[in-house]
Ligand binder design. Structure first.
Ligand SMILES: *[C@@H]1O[C@H](CO)[C@@H](O)[C@H](O)[C@H]1NC(C)=O
Ligand SMILES: *[C@@H]1O[C@H](CO)[C@@H](O)[C@H](O)[C@H]1NC(C)=O
Ligand SMILES: *[C@@H]1O[C@H](CO)[C@@H](O)[C@H](O)[C@H]1NC(C)=O
Ligand SMILES: *[C@@H]1O[C@H](CO)[C@@H](O)[C@H](O)[C@H]1NC(C)=O
Ligand SMILES: *[C@@H]1O[C@H](CO)[C@@H](O)[C@H](O)[C@H]1NC(C)=O
Ligand SMILES: *[C@@H]1O[C@H](CO)[C@@H](O)[C@H](O)[C@H]1NC(C)=O
Ligand SMILES: *[C@@H]1O[C@H](CO)[C@@H](O)[C@H](O)[C@H]1NC(C)=O
Ligand SMILES: *[C@@H]1O[C@H](CO)[C@@H](O)[C@H](O)[C@H]1NC(C)=O
Ligand SMILES: *[C@@H]1O[C@H](CO)[C@@H](O)[C@H](O)[C@H]1NC(C)=O
Ligand SMILES: *[C@@H]1O[C@H](CO)[C@@H](O)[C@H](O)[C@H]1NC(C)=O
Ligand SMILES: *[C@@H]1O[C@H](CO)[C@@H](O)[C@H](O)[C@H]1NC(C)=O
Length: 807
């Protein structure tokens, strides 16, 4: 992407005279948008959705690649089999959504409808190298059959502009002209359709239909509807339906029910255009709805009344610019601009990494308000909480910071899901319940928001009720919601590896990771109980929050291939009878059986990580953890070992907090060093530039918060201070309108000066190594003086963030 060089050297933080404010705001809003590269993370399993969407929009349209296509398009050279209108972003497991893809032919062989290929498995076309371009709200791609697609969206409608070039050949009656065919296929990316129906209007070419599909990481089915209107420069020549590999102009509708075909039998409708010249456009507008195909048509008509690609795109661009402009950064390299070409290149890349991360954190959850067929409600409805196990750590805290209004709507929707489904979700997609991975981490999301003044119109009475239910009531099937093993949790204070649990059923693994997560969930509930003045609840849940320690086996050693790591004391499985079992502390780290701790029935006692990793998980009582592990020095060297030995994979979300846990040992300088070791080495501007799945923007929000220098301890009112990656960063709060600025004195773009020497908050000396959310609500300036060596700033006991046992 071309980046305008003047944008890199605008100093945005001088106090402008009134007449300059408008101009500066304009530059500022342009600033972030033009740095976003939606293609980052579209290769090597990043699974990022690279197509067109509005912030949190329901319509997410892109070309679908044939492999590694969880997010639709993948930058892996695989061909394209269609253009579909809804996706999830960054998810692992099966592909999501991708329903009702369009496919476009410039013409059919022998000018015969059956000269075009209908089945998805046969009709794919290679991508023209270098033809893909993406920016927020826009995606375009060239295919080797001479079809160029440009894509933009409104909230529930995808708009496609197809033009023909190069290899495009038709075989219409007039030589050299084309006869484009558009088909709509009743399928989805993971091939889960059970039944479907579609019809085409022979006069207008309007194609409408419905299909029933399965969610990609959950149970049940969902039904989605579409309404595709086509507009070409030529008149419609023919319409019809296809099934399997044959098409025909009668009948004008088709219904398919589940049969023994795998994948489900290809079926759908088509509209065939008379001659158009090469270079002509054919437009397709696809309205979507979970309510009905009539509603899908209404959505399309209301949102994109006249097929104007330009208007729709400008609206999408504006929506993104508005979201991004609450953040401004001063990416000036130095006040002596001589030389520094290499630094400038690096700084451009860093801005791309940053703004692309910000962008990816605002793709999901998806706003399906008004589109929820499951219950009647005036509350907002968001979907694709995919999954909260990933998103509680950085996505929701980030949205709270940059878009508290959207976060408020999400919290209300979570509480409304509780109201109607009986439980807060741990994972949810496509109107279905997804699978739980550890604790009931929506508890953390709710409490984090509550502590950060997400209160407007939120029914916190019901919200608190939902938290207590997670903590007290075991669901029959705790793979889908809530927590399993609650009887043991309450009586023994841990989840036994051989739990006797006649009160519900679920996959009986992950006893260690569930124990440490339940403890933290209970702590978050305690925080809210305290804020609500519920002293009994507070004491009860604080007590339970200490349960993480019950699985600490102090004699447990750890070696790597027979060489002692030198550290003892790890979280270990414990039986009902109180004796410890053994899971090698490095098991399920990248060094040993990394892939052995998933949600399968033999998934062992830690989830997607090792005991080494989960031993560090006591986010609310780091003081006790540090003491338990042998004091600050041992703790710091153990944390160093975790990061430097190959035991940690930064591409799994549990790793995030470990980057910053040095703060609790009074070593904020080490957290700063650590984050610079990961950015940009593991987070860069390439299409493979994120480690592992983005998980709905988890990696994106991790880089964004880290580069702002304010990574949160999610579920607590704590932001760890590290020097921002830019000279100065500012956030304007969406609730109060106040601006908070963090400015570094002695900033150097080579990042030699990453050590805070001293700090001033609104002019007053500030020694705490963390901030609270009031800084962002009330605005102000945190000035950091940086230097090349670790200092005593933020190192004293009273400077570190709170721990529950120190109260
Ligand atoms: C065009 O149609 C004619 C007759 O229908 C056929 O002979 C010829 O092979 C076709 N060409 C292409 C490129 O399909
Ligand atoms: C045209 O088609 C040929 C053969 O399929 C392919 O090698 C070439 O790359 C295509 N050219 C373009 C511009 O798509
Ligand atoms: C999309 O929906 C959001 C939430 O309802 C709304 O604020 C926004 O204006 C809509 N955008 C467009 C372009 O209609
Ligand atoms: C399609 O399947 C779903 C789920 O089994 C069912 O509810 C719906 O009635 C079916 N629709 C048709 C048209 O058969
Ligand atoms: C086509 O539509 C007509 C009228 O709505 C209906 O009676 C018929 O069953 C439909 N046929 C198929 C194959 O869906
Ligand atoms: C298309 O519709 C939009 C929204 O109603 C309107 O603002 C715009 O002026 C229209 N554009 C054209 C070219 O008619
Ligand atoms: C420019 O940088 C130097 C050295 O870092 C510093 O002493 C000086 O205050 C800076 N000047 C301005 C105007 O920021
Ligand atoms: C945040 O919420 C707290 C508690 O409700 C309240 O005391 C405080 O005034 C709020 N702050 C702002 C800036 O809204
Ligand atoms: C452990 O030893 C095995 C066999 O020699 C080797 O393949 C593996 O890479 C070693 N692992 C580590 C972490 O050193
Ligand atoms: C406790 O239970 C475990 C698992 O059943 C068993 O292996 C162990 O021997 C028991 N220990 C004692 C002291 O009974
Ligand atoms: C970019 O990031 C990826 C994913 O973390 C990593 O594998 C790769 O080595 C990085 N590339 C560069 C050039 O740093």
């Amino acid at each position: 992407m071309a980046v305008l060089s003047f944008l890199t050297c605008i100093a945005l933080f001088a106090s402008f005279r009134a007449s300059h404010v408008a101009a500066s705001r304009q530059l500022k809003s342009a600033n972030g948008y033009y740095f976003v590269d939606p293609l980052i993370g579209t290769r090597n399993g990043g699974h990022v959705f690279a197509g067109a969407t509005l912030p949190f929009g329901m319509a997410k349209a892109v070309a679908d690649a044939t492999s590694d296509n969880q997010g639709g398009y993948a930058s892996n050279g695989s061909p394209v089999s269609g253009f579909s209108h809804m996706h999830d972003s960054g998810t692992g497991g099966a592909s999501s959504l991708g329903n009702f893809p369009l496919f476009v032919y410039p013409g059919c062989n022998n000018d015969d409808i059956n000269g075009c290929i209908f089945p998805k498995t046969e009709r794919f076309v290679q991508v023209v190298e270098g033809s893909v371009s993406a920016r927020p709200g826009y995606f375009s791609i060239g295919l080797q059959n001479g079809v160029k697609a440009e894509i933009t969206t409104s909230n529930h409608t995808a708009l496609y502009k197809f033009t023909f070039f190069g290899n495009a050949t038709g075989n219409a009656t007039v030589d050299g002209s084309l006869s484009p065919l558009i088909i709509v296929d009743l399928t989805d990316l993971p091939d889960t359709r059970s039944n479907g129906t579609a019809s085409v209007d022979p006069d207008s070419g309007r194609m409408t239909g419905t299909g029933t599909f399965q969610p990609s990481f959950g149970i049940g089915t969902y039904t989605l509807h579409f309404c595709a209107d086509v507009q070409g420069t030529g008149p419609i020549r023919d319409t019809g339906v296809f099934i399997n590999n044959r098409g025909g102009s009668e009948p004008k509708n088709i219904t398919v029910q589940q049969d023994n075909n795998s994948p489900p039998v290809p079926a759908g409708t088509y509209a065939w255009f008379d001659q158009v010249e090469s270079g002509s456009e054919v437009m397709a507008r696809v309205g979507l709805s979970f309510i009905s195909s009539e509603k899908a048509c209404q959505n399309g008509e209301a949102e994109i009344p006249n097929f104007s690609f330009e208007d729709t795109l400008v609206t999408a661009e504006e929506a993104w610019k508005n979201k991004l402009e609450v953040i401004s950064i001063d990416a000036t390299i130095s006040n002596d601009t001589a030389g520094a070409i290499n630094d400038a290149t690096t700084m451009n890349d860093l801005q791309t990494i940053f703004w692309s991360g910000v962008y990816r954190a605002m793709i999901s959850p998806q706003d399906y308000t008004g589109e929820n067929p499951l219950w009647e409600s005036d509350e907002p409805y968001y979907d694709s909480y995919y999954c909260i196990w990933d998103s509680f750590r950085s996505i929701h805290p980030f949205i709270t910071l940059v878009d508290p209004y959207s976060q408020t709507l999400m919290i209300r929707s979570l509480i409304d899901i509780y109201r109607h489904e009986g439980w807060l979700p741990d994972c949810r997609m496509s109107l279905c319940k997804g699978f739980t991975q550890g604790g009931s981490n929506a508890d953390v999301v709710l409490v984090d928001a509550y502590l950060k003044n997400i209160t407007q119109d939120v029914d916190w009475v019901t919200g608190y009720e939902a938290l207590i239910k997670d903590a007290e009531v075991e669901p029959q099937v705790w793979d889908l919601e809530g927590r399993g093993g609650l009887y043991s949790w309450k009586t023994l204070g841990y989840i036994p590896a051989d739990d006797f649990d006649p009160y519900g059923n679920g996959v009986m693994t992950r006893s260690i990771s569930r124990t440490v997560e339940y403890a933290y969930n209970d702590f978050c509930i305690a925080e809210m109980a305290e804020a609500l003045g519920k002293q009994d609840d507070y004491e009860k849940y604080v007590e339970r929050s200490g349960n993480w320690l019950n699985l600490y086996e102090e004699g447990q050693a750890s070696d790597i291939n027979g060489t002692d790591t030198g550290f003892t004391g790890f979280a270990q499985p414990k039986y009902l009878n109180g004796t410890f079992g053994l899971q090698d502390p490095i098991f399920c780290s990248p060094l040993l059986n990394f892939d052995s701790c998933y949600l399968n029935t033999n998934g062992h006692e830690t989830y997607e990580g090792s005991s080494w990793l989960y031993t560090f998980f006591a986010p609310h009582d780091m003081a006790a953890l540090i003491t338990t592990l042998g004091g600050p020095d041992t703790f710091v060297s153990r944390l160093d070992y975790l990061h430097e030995s190959g035991l940690l994979y930064i591409g799994d979300e549990q790793a995030f907090l470990t980057v910053y846990q040095y703060h609790y040992a009074g070593r904020p300088a080490k957290s700063a060093e650590r984050i610079h070791s990961y950015i940009p080495s593991q987070f860069n501007t390439t299409t493979a530039g994120i480690p592992g799945n983005d998980d709905s923007g988890a990696m994106g929000s991790f880089v964004a918060l880290s580069m702002l220098g304010i990574f949160p301890n999610p579920g607590q009112d704590v932001y760890f201070i590290t020097p921002p990656f830019f000279r100065s960063v500012s956030l304007t709060n969406g609730m109060t309108g106040k601006m908070a600025t963090i400015r570094s004195v002695g900033f150097d773009a080579a990042y030699t000066n990453i050590y805070i020497q001293s700090a001033k908050l609104n002019g007053e000396v500030y020694t705490k190594n963390y901030l609270t959310h009031s800084f962002f609500l009330e605005g102000g300036t945190l000035e950091l003086v940086l230097g090349p060596v670790e200092s005593s700033w933020g190192t004293r006991g009273e400077d570190v963030p709170p721990s529950v046992s120190m109260r």
